[in-house]
Write a protein that binds this ligand. Structure first.
Ligand code: CA
Length: 432
């Protein structure tokens, strides 16, 4: 039987969202202290959202501690209700703390261009030759594997998996509250204290006491609002587009054998798709910024311009885009090209979609764990069958398309050329 080693005195981190993050386990303390976890201080939680909401500069370090703290509180609520051994409780805490450890700089933009998944890197960091791995192995040889399995949702205990990834889990609850706090918006708020009090463990996952339904409704709606008001904000997406174009251009130049002013050594493994664990861990946002500063002075006009746009927040403008107008989009690309503006780097359609909540449907490819309410008589009911508010958004996927273009370059064109493009920008938005 594993007996956890406790610190002589509890340590606390001051946290603006949860007030305090409490650490009693020596192992958790050591994990926080590891270089791979400290690296998360240099990766922002919200990528390019700071262009839109200047407060949104908090790090993944920040968020990861928060998820850990929520998990710690859930386990407190479960005391005497769930049959979890000491090792399993520690497993929950470690998985919560480490679930995002594989994120890279500006994750989503970076992953799109270089085609990898941060979840694979999370697994690598936990299982590979790292400080984190050696700390986890002090529990047992297969403890790192268990932590990785909980995070990748393959672990045998469904309750433990659902605490980290389901439709109401420690990760989501922290990021909604935290992102709302730092961006300064109010939509993300919900009563987490109440939700934690009404959560109950079952073998299949967590259930919520029916008396707590309204707190859960509030959580689902706050999630819906945060996605559309914050995460999918078009200015944030414009920042992502510019960033993707920077990586794309740098890679293209590298492939052509271009002579960079300063050799981008940190990017070589990504350009050539031969990324070692060490290469991956060495890359954070400070490194990306370093190269952007170098590249804004490059001879290549496109790379230099894109980096200046990002650093000076001179992003691309956008219009609504109707995907049926793809022919007009091609005309716009053509017209920009005729004006000497490379539309591969300056014109982009970005699409996004969100499903606020869905109950489990076996026929759907993506398995979703329904939120189950438990009534006083012990019967369970799926959330949307009891809540009109949730029913109204349940299973409804909403899409959004935007076409991004360089408004400043467009304005600088001869009037007739600019007019042709502007006309088509109107067509691209229309429903016909
Ligand atoms: Ca997360």
């Amino acid at each position: 039987m594993y007996e956890p080693i406790m610190l002589d005195e509890e340590k606390v981190f001051k946290d603006p969202v949860h007030r305090y993050v409490h650490v009693r386990s020596a192992l958790i303390w050591d994990l926080i202290d590891s270089p791979e976890f400290q690296r998360l201080r240099r990766i922002k939680q919200l990528g390019t959202s700071f262009f839109t909401f200047h407060g949104g500069e908090h790090s993944r370090f920040n968020h990861s501690l928060g998820v850990y703290e929520i998990m710690r509180r859930i386990l407190e609520t479960f005391e005497g209700r769930a049959k979890l051994s000491n090792e399993e409780k520690l497993l929950c805490l470690c998985a919560a703390l480490l679930h995002d450890v594989g994120h890279g700089p500006f994750s989503h933009s970076f992953e799109k261009v270089f085609r990898f998944d941060h979840e694979d890197w999370t697994k690598e960091i936990i299982m590979g030759d790292t400080k984190i791995n050696s700390i986890l192995r002090t529990v047992s040889d297969d403890f790192p594997r268990k932590v990785a399995e909980v995070i990748s949702k393959t672990y045998e205990n469904k309750l433990i998996v659902s605490l980290i990834s389901s439709q109401i889990d420690a990760d989501r609850m922290d990021y909604l509250l935290r992102d709302a706090y730092y961006t300064g918006v109010h939509y993300g708020n919900f009563d987490i204290e109440r939700i934690l009090r009404v959560m109950r463990p079952t073998e299949e996952g967590i259930v919520i006491k029916a008396s707590g339904m309204h707190a859960v409704e509030d959580y689902i709606m706050s999630r819906y609002q945060m996605y559309w008001q914050v995460y999918f904000h078009p200015v944030t997406r414009s920042g992502e587009v510019v960033l993707r174009k920077i990586f794309q251009r740098a890679k293209e130049l590298f492939d052509q054998g271009y002579d960079f002013g300063i050799d981008p050594v940190n990017f070589h493994p990504f350009f050539t798709d031969q990324i070692s664990l060490h290469d991956y861990i060495s890359l954070d946002e400070t490194v990306v910024y370093f190269y952007m500063h170098q590249w804004r002075h490059e001879k290549d006009a496109i790379l230099s311009d894109l980096c200046s746009r990002f650093l000076d927040r001179n992003l691309l403008q956008y219009v609504e885009y109707n995907p049926r107008q793809f022919r007009t989009e091609n005309e716009i690309r053509q017209l920009f090209a005729e004006a000497g503006i490379d539309s591969n780097y300056y014109v982009e359609v970005d699409s996004t979609s969100d499903l606020p909540y869905d109950y489990y449907r076996p026929e759907k490819d993506q398995e979703r764990i329904s939120i189950m309410l438990v009534k006083p008589n012990g019967e369970q009911a799926e959330l949307s069958t009891m809540s009109d508010i949730v029913e109204s958004v349940c299973g409804k996927r909403r899409f959004d398309y935007k076409l991004f273009y360089p408004a400043d370059l467009l304005e600088a064109l001869p009037i007739e050329q600019a007019r042709k493009i502007k006309e088509r920008l109107k067509v691209v938005m229309s429903d016909e």
